[in-house]
Design a protein around this ligand. Structure first.
Ligand SMILES: Nc1ncnc2c1ncn2[C@@H]1O[C@H](COP(=O)(O)OP(=O)(O)O)[C@@H](O)[C@H]1O
Length: 288
């Protein structure tokens, strides 16, 4: 009979403060043995996220997160086996972190079009977290014509980071309104932003980093379109709109041009390392 065990060592704010190293390695492992094969495997956040229909919006298929649980198992012989089971829900890192712990705190980072939006949608639905996406918050400020929005607009158009005082204030407020846990998407993007949270004793239990080659990201971004009526994301080539009516109303994000995405990619790569350095011990890298 297969057995599943999950173990995780999230660091509480208190214990973190008492040790020089803020974060300890969060580990989630499971083992399974059957009559025919003895398999030991690790289910990391990468597996948890990677097995999801990443980029499915570009292939015309969108699955519900909870219902279609599948996961990859690395067998002792090195082969990867795909399995489907509700068991993974119990041993996914996010679930393990949640069990018995205070509200779940997750961060996700990745270059433009790396799939953050798709993953976030599924994670918040599954774990009932507040989704705090700085890009969306900033676009809302711009659309509302607020002072913050007016200030942010120029930076966003240039693919640069919006000044910290605007973003940090916004994020702090949203975090304080999320007592049941949060998924912070697109923040922190710099050392200063990470330090602003550290200073408030706000630490993630897991930091998910999505890595996708730049050339794929550019392709994705330039073909990406939004249906303002349904909120659905299309890709002109990989996931075209179903009807001419939908095609006619699709919009493109102002910063989704080749020129601007290249600037955004540059900004991302210039800043990501400093954030990685802070969260490395609780970081799960998902490479595609
Ligand atoms: N944490 C942040 N700090 C500063 N600027 C941000 C932050 N998050 C988003 N922005 C601004 O909003 C823009 C859009 O962000 P987002 O929607 O997350 O798209 P992308 O995936 O291109 O970064 C960014 O290019 C940047 O100008």
């Amino acid at each position: 009979m297969a057995s599943v065990a999950c173990a995780v060592s999230p660091v509480s704010a208190q214990s973190a403060a008492a040790t020089p190293v803020r974060y300890q390695q969060a580990s989630v492992s499971s083992s399974s043995s059957t009559a025919s094969t003895s398999a030991s495997f690790k289910v990391a956040a990468s597996a948890f996220v990677a097995q999801q229909p990443f980029g499915s919006q570009f292939h015309g298929r969108r699955e519900s997160f909870g219902a279609a649980l599948s996961y990859s198992v690395v067998l002792d012989n090195g082969l990867v086996e795909s399995r489907r089971s509700s068991r993974v829900a119990k041993c996914s890192p996010v679930r393990a972190l949640q069990d018995g712990a205070a509200p779940l705190r997750v961060m996700i980072s990745g270059a433009p079009a790396s799939g953050k939006g798709t993953q976030c949608e599924m994670i918040v639905e599954q774990y009932n977290l507040a989704h705090i996406a700085t890009g969306d918050l900033l676009r809302a400020e711009v659309a509302a014509g607020t002072d913050a929005g007016k200030l942010a607009q120029d930076y966003m158009q240039k693919g640069q980071l919006v000044p910290n005082d605007v973003v940090v204030t916004m994020v702090k407020k949203k975090l304080s309104e999320a007592p049941n846990g949060w998924l912070l998407d697109g923040y922190p993007r710099s050392l200063t932003q990470a330090e602003a949270l550290e200073a408030l004793n706000i630490h993630p239990q897991i930091f998910i980093l999505l890595e996708v080659p730049d050339e794929i990201l550019v392709q994705r971004v330039v073909g990406r379109r939004l249906d303002p009526v349904t909120g659905k994301i299309y890709h002109l080539m990989y996931s075209p709109p179903e009807t001419p009516e939908i095609a006619a109303r699709l919009t493109q994000r102002e910063d989704d041009t080749e020129e601007k995405v290249k600037l955004r990619l540059k900004t991302h790569s210039a800043n990501v390392q400093s954030v990685i350095d802070i969260y490395k011990p609780v970081m799960k890298v998902v490479s595609f």
